[in-house]
Ligand binder design. Sequence first.
Ligand SMILES: Cc1cc2nc3c(=O)[nH]c(=O)nc-3n(C[C@H](O)[C@H](O)[C@H](O)COP(=O)(O)OP(=O)(O)OC[C@H]3O[C@@H](n4cnc5c(N)ncnc54)[C@H](O)[C@@H]3O)c2cc1C
Length: 393
Amino acid sequence: MKRVAILGGGPAGAFAAEQLASAGLSVVLMDEKLAWEKPCGGGLTYKAYHQYPFLIENTTPKRFVTETVLSAPKAGEATLKLGEPLVIYSRYDLNHMLLERAGQAGAQIEKTRVTGMTRQGEGWRVSTTGGAMDTDFCIVATGARNSLREVGTQLTGPDTMSALGYYIEGEQSRIDIQFLPKLEGYIWVFPRCGHLSVGICGKGEPAASLRKRLERFMAERGICWKDGRFYSHLLPSLDTKSWKSNRVAGDGWMAVGDAAGLVDPITGEGLYYAMRSGDLAAKSLLAEVGGLTERIAHYRKTLRRDFAADLEFGSRLAKRVFHGSFLFGGVPSRMVQFTRRSPRFAGIMQDLFAGRQPYLGLKKRLMQNLNPSLYEIAMSLGFSRIVPGTRTS
Ligand SMILES: Cc1cc2nc3c(=O)[nH]c(=O)nc-3n(C[C@H](O)[C@H](O)[C@H](O)COP(=O)(O)OP(=O)(O)OC[C@H]3O[C@@H](n4cnc5c(N)ncnc54)[C@H](O)[C@@H]3O)c2cc1C
């Protein structure tokens, strides 16, 4: 293989480009905007910087947040301390850093829009607004709004969430997460360097109605959004059925990041999965496993083993998390109450936030901890006098 074209230079494409160029391949990365402030919270979990320590070991501006306040209808608030902080970047800064690393590794970076790709023998002719280019292999990293119809995930309505919000002047040290009645999604307030990102994501509800919910929340909290800059974007959130037929690779191409639908269907976290899939695609392309067909199969297999099976399982849980009930109350409300009253349950939530607790295995851990958590809740409610053997002097 002589030349690999990377279509799209967000975190997925930039990271794949860096890995392939470092291994000595000739890499051309094409992005119509290059570094830009993509609508995004910009939050990176422990899982991301534990896997890729350069994400915290650098001089790029970022915030480290160690406290999240969770709220849900009729449940009040719970403060969750994060043992491992969430790191928040502006997307311009994060994208710029990743593209710079790709360039330093030897990737050729071009600002151009890809308009199409056609098969040319064993390779491709990639058409762009700046001309055409022949390449041996394509990595498709064009994000959730991928306009290249023949490659990448075919997102349908049930496979997406709307996500929108405002960048607002202000400062706070914690993250706020607000669950809302009858919404498969949530509101967030993320502190960033110099401003706040206040947004909402939701599945199965029109963007206009999500915007109304968000503005009502901001009005209640006294957050003024009139001078704030509005943003909106699409967030992949694959339906369980769609994971089975997800088009992540084909003859001569692999898709990474949002273009492959690789986003957590519950939290909307996509940055880690974008970089991880870029990494796995690069490793598969470089793997000594036979020809291209075997490398493509290798990518599908490692992707599934590494995290896609877990995200698929998450897609089954999503409805139950947002709309389910437990002990005569909504799951989000119970989650908030349990976090407030049970240190043991709060520990599970911390691991979920850090990305250390996969969805596969979550139910088992919750069940194993149910009785001890209920016991802690009973104690916190002052039932020590009536639970036998728990009376303290
Ligand atoms: C409102 C919102 C909040 C979010 N918050 C978080 C968060 O806090 N944490 C988190 O982990 N994830 C978050 N996500 C998800 C995260 O933003 C995405 O998962 C992530 O950006 C995916 O990276 P990517 O490289 O696959 O795609 P993108 O970042 O979308 O990059 C795609 C790139 O391709 C380029 N491109 C597209 N089409 C073409 C073309 N035809 N020719 C040339 N270039 C092209 C674009 O210019 C872009 O630079 C959020 C998403 C939204 C919408």
